[in-house]
Ligand binder design. Sequence first.
Ligand code: HEC
Length: 126
Amino acid sequence: MKRILPVLVLSLFLLASCSKEAPPDKEELTESKEEAAAEQKLAVGKTIYDANCGGCHNSDVAGAPTPGDKSDWKDRIPMGVSVLAKKAIEGYEGKRGVMPPKGGNEVLTDEEVTLAVKYMISITKE
Ligand code: HEC
């Protein structure tokens, strides 16, 4: 009995600590992964925006809507990301000025322009 008791206590202890370290809820895990991925995409969008779009959009050059200025965006955000991204990719002439296709940088992919648009919307919504 002298030898068995410590073993018994030890195995009980191991059992208890095992159940404490149960893996986190699966749903919780995927959610935080998605959040991290979304954040990463916004960071990429910011880099693209800063390099290609901010020149006009940061300071209202030629009537470009400024991200963060809610009145500039109140009629635009409801159009949705896909419409706004399409106009940014193809370019268009609006009441206030000309938005050149891809901001004038043709080497950008459609996806990169879309990420920049998502970034613009995200900081306006904050
Ligand atoms: C040469 C200046 C210039 C650059 C560079 C530029 N834009 Fe624009 N953009 C404009 C102007 C001007 C407008 C507003 C036109 C209007 O509505 O009259 C505009 C409008 C937009 C809109 C709103 C579209 C709508 O339907 O109202 C989006 C979205 C947009 N730009 C995204 C971008 C993105 C993304 C980039 C970078 C890849 C970019 N722009 C670079 C000038 C620019």
